[in-house]
Design a protein around this ligand. Sequence first.
Ligand code: SF4
Length: 293
Amino acid sequence: MRNGVNSLSQEEITLYLTCPRAFYLAHIRGVTREFIPAQAIAGSAVKEVIRLINMNEETKKALPYLFATIYERMRWGYELQGIRVIADGAFSLSPYVTMIEGYLRKREKDGGRTILFRVPFRFEIAPFSSRYSFFGVLDELREEKDGRMILFSLTTARGKGGYQLELFRSSSLGMSAYALRYGELFISGRWCSLSLVPDALGVYFLRDHLPYSRGGRKQVEGRLIRYRAGEERGPGIHLLPWDEGDFAGLSRELARIFAAVKRGEFFRSPNLFCGRFCGYSRYCREDFLFKEA
Ligand code: SF4
């Protein structure tokens, strides 16, 4: 198969949608990224800690210690691969512990129950003559108190613009929904099919559990809200409607990405912001300089 690709992960789809060139460098050229922001590692550690607490509630008694241990273990994993972990002076682990505490409080207050948390999935699509396979990890499936089944993606990232919500819909959340309906999930040591269609997809912005550092005003759904320093922002959960009709569109989008990868459509030129955030920027710029020379 062209470019040697015969299956794509949720993470790879997200990377391709974010920057096709970074996808090419990481997964076709096989370049190891030069650095990773500490915030990205902390975000993964948050999910792992919540998973452990879901398995054994007793572990939450040692939350700060547990979080620091998991974060350090992940950080070392990157450093052992030769990937620099970069953190600015303002980076600290305590906001991430606050996010986990806020999440646990909210889940307890809302009632309902978590049915699945951080469960691996796999599925195939065959929109044309080719068959494509995908895999990834479903973040959380909840049954709310009112009986609705909601599939969540948890994120510690900043910002919640329309573009970011669409990215969740076309990658991590959409793929998890597809696996829930047509694919298989790895539950209790074996692959099984659930054939479920969630009532909605939800993006849970855990950062909204952090209190405001100073007071101010903002517009929320057309109303002007005042807030004080120290007040919690309130959990920012954004629901995206989802039903049986959305699967066909997602399948077409995944097939389009797969076909573009095989055709070698990786064009994107570096911009001013790339260097700060992208661990592949040096290789990317070298490619462009080389081509221009
Ligand atoms: S430097 Fe910019 S264009 Fe190049 S791979 Fe990174 S994000 Fe993409």
